[in-house]
Every structure is written in structure tokens, then in C-alpha cells.
Design a protein around this ligand. Structure first.
Ligand code: FAD
Length: 397
């Protein structure tokens, strides 16, 4: 697969135009103010961005009979294009679909889907997913948050850390993993439970002061005797951890698309700047010391594109029943690992090409420099991706 379909390329133009019109003019100010643009979310919904992988009867655009729709690839195109303009807006979509909508779509009952998805797809609401805790990140199985049954209710106590889209004005629900008992071998049983915003005892703490992703919404969450109906269990009791690992595979491909958008932007910015900036009487681009760096950026962009869309294609093929989950898992980890590390390198190169200007917030490379690092951490750190890849190499255990 060396190029995307014409439909995907046409869709790319639509998203690019939207990003130029609705995001680019405001983004520097939003970033400076750490402002989450709630008003943008329904516009993204109107464009259909939240509904690309959601069946038509739930408000999305997915025709479930069309095995070749390439719906997940479309989502990656949208994230890539938004990510070229701003990484926070890209992650708002990526997390909104991957962590908010997908778990409900994949594991929810018909009632849960009908209750939550139409608003999420329309961009009238956002949802988050809370796996990480203050003492359980990479080792997510160490979850301490507990949910105990009391009659027809779950009573939830504990805390989550760094949860995206969890405290906006339109956040309707956050799904969290919690210990609901122990399994036959005595290990903690982890389940997923949906906690609607506004439930007494559920608090989204003050937003974090982050290095980057200033426009993205991130909160710590606390649960103090939070009571929700027993029917708020998402999926099977005890399957919460397994469900989440599956959710992460898709999320990793989406992060890869986000990193790809960043790398392409760094290539474009650096090429333009190096062609117009003069030093010693000539454009700096004529120096091999600069043009070789631009060449390296072009290689990173091309490699990231191939890895991201190979993984997205495998995911679409898996959804059509033609590829195994193991293939998706490995490709997702490889794509995420390479593109996120390349993104950090790309912003370092771009900032260097810009010289002193690259350190100034007037130039977007400075914002992208701050935004890049989290790509190596969120949805599984680089070390975790290496663990996943190594597990697929048939090494002795
Ligand atoms: C802005 C932001 C948004 C986020 N959004 C969400 C969200 O929406 N939902 C959610 O659940 N989480 C979210 N996260 C959490 C994110 O997924 C975690 O931060 C990440 O998984 C790492 O966990 P940790 O921070 O606890 O680091 P730790 O697990 O404490 O890791 C610290 C370091 O040790 C390394 N390490 C750990 N174990 C090993 C090992 N066995 N071998 C080698 N190295 C190891 C890690 O790679 C890392 O470098 C978000 C984080 C941020 C910063």
C-alpha cells in the first residue's frame, strides 16, 4: 500500500481546510491562555470527525456492511491533519474517539450506546477513560481504585491521574478501571465502570500545569464514595484490563498519526525558513549542515507515514475480519515507538534550524517543541512499546 485512496485524500482536504479556518488563527492565543476551546468540539462533530468509526444508527458515518470503508484510516487522516496545525486539538479528537467513544462502542450494551454515543458523536459531549493512577501508570494492573457492590449500586473510591478530556464543560462521562474483587488465582479482578460527570463524590481536580498540550484538557480525578447504578459496568466484570489493552492498540496508531502531522509540519516550517533566512550572504539552506537536516526530516516524515498507515490499514483489515489482533498490536507499537521518537528529534532539528527565533513563542516550532515530548509517554511509553514489540519476537521467556 503506497498511497491512500482518493476518498481518503479528498477527506484530507476537507479536514485541512477546517484546521486552517477554525484552528490556525486562534491556536497561539489558546496555547498561551491554556484555553480549552469547547466551542470547537461541536464544529468537529458537524464535520463528522467523532463519528468516523461509529455506525450510522448511532449517529456516525460507518456503514457496517462495507468491509472496505477504511474508517480507521480516515480517523488517522483527520488526526494527522489537525496535528499539523495543533497537537492539542489532534489529541482532543484522538482521545475523544479512542478513549471516550471506542470503549462504549466496543463493550457497551445497546442501552449504554444509545445513552452516550449520539451526543459524543455530535460533539455535544466528550468522554474520558481513566486507567492511569498516581501509583499505576506503565504497570496499569496495579490499579488501586476500588468498586464495591452495595445492592444495585457500585461504590467507587480512589483516584486517577492525567485523564484527557475528563473535566471540560461538556464532559458527560468518564470510564474508569477499578478493582472489583479477586479472580480464582487470587489476583485483583479489574473491571470498567462509567462515572457520569456531576455524580456526588466525583471530582475533576484543578487542571495540570503542563509542559505542552496546553489546549488539551487534563485532570486528576478523585472518587469519594461515588455511587453509580450496577448497570454502569462497561463490558464483563473482570474484563476491564483486557478491554483497555485492546483500546490502547488503536490509540497507539492514532498517536502515531498525531506525531506524523507534527513531523510534516516541522519539515515544511524548516524548509521554508532555511530557504528564506540568509547568513554569510546566502540562504542557510545552501549549507549541507542545514540541507542534510532537512533531508533527515524528510526521511522521518516518509518513514512515519508508511508505518502509521500500514498500522491503520492492518486495523481496518482486522475490523473486516482479515487480519489478526497480534498483527495490529505489533504494528501499532512499532509505529508509535518510531514516530513519537522521530517527532521529538524533528522538533529539536527544526528549532535548531530556526536559531534564536526557534526559541520564541512567535514561531510555531517552539510550541511543537513543547508538545512533542508527551508523544513518547502517553498511551504507553517508548519503553512499554519496546516491551510489546519484544514480546512478538518469539524470544525465550
Ligand atoms: C498529558 C497526559 C495525558 C494523559 N492522558 C491519559 C488518559 O486520558 N488516560 C489515562 O489512563 N492515562 C493518561 N495519561 C497517562 C499516561 O498514559 C502515563 O503517564 C504513561 O502510561 C506512563 O505512566 P506513568 O506516568 O505512571 O510513568 P511510570 O509508569 O511511572 O514510568 C516512569 C518511567 O519508567 C519507565 N518504566 C516503567 N516500567 C518499566 C519497565 N518494566 N521497563 C523499563 N522501563 C520502565 C517508563 O517507561 C517511564 O520512562 C496521560 C498522561 C499525560 C502526561
Amino acid at each position: 500500500m503506497f498511497e491512500l485512496s482518493q476518498d481518503h485524500e479528498d477527506f484530507r482536504k476537507v479536514v485541512r481546510d477546517f484546521a486552517q479556518r477554525e484552528v490556525e488563527p486562534h491556536v497561539a492565543q489558546w496555547d498561551k491562555d491554556s484555553y480549552f476551546p469547547t466551542e470547537l468540539v461541536p464544529k468537529m462533530g458537524d464535520l463528522g470527525l467523532f463519528g468516523l468509526v461509529v455506525p450510522e444508527e448511532l449517529g456516525g458515518s460507518l456503514d457496517e456492511n462495507d468491509k472496505d470503508s477504511g474508517a480507521f484510516t480516515s480517523l488517522c487522516v483527520a488526526i494527522e491533519e489537525l496535528g499539523r496545525v495543533d497537537q492539542s486539538i489532534g489529541i482532543t479528537l484522538s482521545a475523544g474517539v479512542g478513549l471516550g467513544i471506542n470503549p462504549i462502542l466496543s463493550y457497551g450494551t445497546e442501552e449504554q450506546k444509545q445513552q452516550w454515543l449520539p451526543d459524543l458523536v455530535a460533539g455535544r459531549a466528550l468522554a474520558g477513560f481513566g486507567l492511569t493512577e498516581p501509583d499505576a501508570g506503565s504497570d496499569a494492573g496495579a490499579t488501586r481504585t476500588k468498586a464495591e457492590r452495595d445492592g444495585d449500586e457500585w461504590v467507587v473510591n480512589g483516584a486517577k491521574a492525567f485523564i484527557t478530556n475528563s473535566g471540560t464543560d461538556i464532559t458527560s462521562v468518564v470510564t474508569v478501571t477499578a478493582r472489583t474483587g479477586t479472580d480464582d488465582t487470587g489476583r485483583p479482578e479489574i473491571s470498567a465502570i462509567m462515572i457520569p460527570s456531576g455524580t456526588p463524590g466525583f471530582t475533576a481536580e484543578e487542571p495540570y500545569h503542563k509542559l505542552g498540550w496546553h489546549i488539551s484538557d487534563t485532570h486528576g480525578l478523585s472518587f469519594d464514595n461515588v455511587r453509580v447504578p450496577a448497570s454502569n459496568l462497561l463490558g464483563e466484570q473482570g474484563n476491564g484490563f483486557k478491554q483497555f489493552l485492546k483500546t490502547l492498540d488503536d490509540g497507539r496508531i492514532a498517536i502515531s498519526a498525531l506525531a506524523l502531522g507534527l513531523i510534516e509540519r516541522m519539515l515544511a516550517e524548516s524548509t521554508a525558513y532555511a530557504s528564506s533566512r540568509t547568513a554569510f550572504g546566502k540562504p542557510i539552506a545552501v549549507n549541507q549542515g542545514i540541507s542534510f537536516q532537512l533531508a533527515d526530516l524528510a526521511v522521518m516524515a516518509e518513514t512515519s507515514r508508511v508505518l502509521t498507515y500500514k498500522a491503520a490499514w492492518l486495523k481496518d483489515e482486522h475490523d473486516a475480519g482479515r487480519r489478526s489482533v497480534a498483527e495490529v498490536k505489533k504494528a501499532a507499537a512499532i509505529a508509535k515507538l518510531y514516530t513519537s521518537e522521530a517527532a521529538v528529534t524533528a522538533t529539536r532539528i527544526a528549532t535548531q534550524v530556526f536559531g534564536g527565533n526557534g526559541f520564541m513563542e512567535e514561531y510555531p516550532v517552539a510550541r511543537f517543541y513543547r508538545d512533542a515530548k508527551i508523544l513518547e509517554i502517553g498511551e504507553g511509553t517508548s519503553e512499554v512499546q519496546r516491551m510489546v514489540i519484544a514480546r512478538h519476537l518469539g524470544l525465550p521467556s
